[in-house]
Design a protein around this ligand. Structure first.
Ligand code: IMP
Length: 199
């Protein structure tokens, strides 16, 4: 059986392939479907966007599809940047520009609680959603960016229970406690049940 990962990012495809290593499927990326077109992320929640992509790419490819959507939710900014995380400082802006905008908006507020969220959805080959999960990683926004590890907002996100940002913490720590790790564990339970019940 083939599952399409709704991404053209080789790093993400590798990650999902590792996750599904125990399951007898062929995982392929959208690069194998050059004519498939694009599904817009027009949802107002992470789950909505993940479901739009899973359903859309399943229908476009005729295969089971798995997709994700993630971002940073800051309480003092009423949930921003949220589903706009990648586009927060406009199209073509850099990670550093997005971080600058975030720190400008939050200013010196004492209330700096935030969380990374990752939704993962799976659709069958007809586009029907089989499962959606949401993973979270709670933390707070730092006063200044620190560290070179990770990507995106990692230099300003200090996970709960730590005093250093994801930019400073080793990759092995992030890969255990991140929103993506949480969502991955949940979706693995779905895949294990799904295949368990088929055999
Ligand atoms: P997407 O789900 O790949 O569209 O990611 C959305 C955006 O959220 C990314 O471009 C980053 O700005 C941000 N983001 C998602 N996950 C992380 C993370 O683990 N660290 C830092 N930023 C993240």
């Amino acid at each position: 059986m083939t599952i399409v990962a709704a991404t053209r990012n080789p790093g993400k495809i590798r990650e999902i392939r590792l996750l599904l290593a125990q399951i007898p499927v062929r995982l392929v990326g959208l690069d194998e479907y050059p004519d498939a077109g694009e599904i817009e992320e027009t949802g107002s929640t992470f789950v909505e966007n993940a479901e739009l992509k899973a359903t859309g790419y399943a229908r476009l490819t005729g295969e089971m599809a798995v997709s994700d959507d993630s971002g940073l939710v800051v309480d003092a900014l009423a949930g921003a940047p949220g589903v706009q995380s990648a586009r927060y400082a406009g199209a073509g802006a850099s990670d550093a520009e997005r971080i600058r905008k975030l720190l400008d908006e939050i200013g010196s507020a004492d209330e700096r609680s935030a969380r990374f969220v990752c939704a993962i959805s799976v659709a069958d080959r007809n586009g029907r959603i089989l499962c959606s999960v949401e993973g979270k990683c709670e933390g707070r926004i730092a006063l200044v960016p620190t560290g070179e590890n990770g990507f995106g907002y990692d230099p300003v996100f200090i996970p709960t229970g730590f005093s250093r940002s994801f930019g400073e913490l080793p990759d092995e720590v992030k890969s255990q406690i991140s929103h993506r790790a949480d969502a991955s564990r949940k979706i693995m339970r779905f895949f294990a049940d799904f295949w368990g019940n088929r055999t």
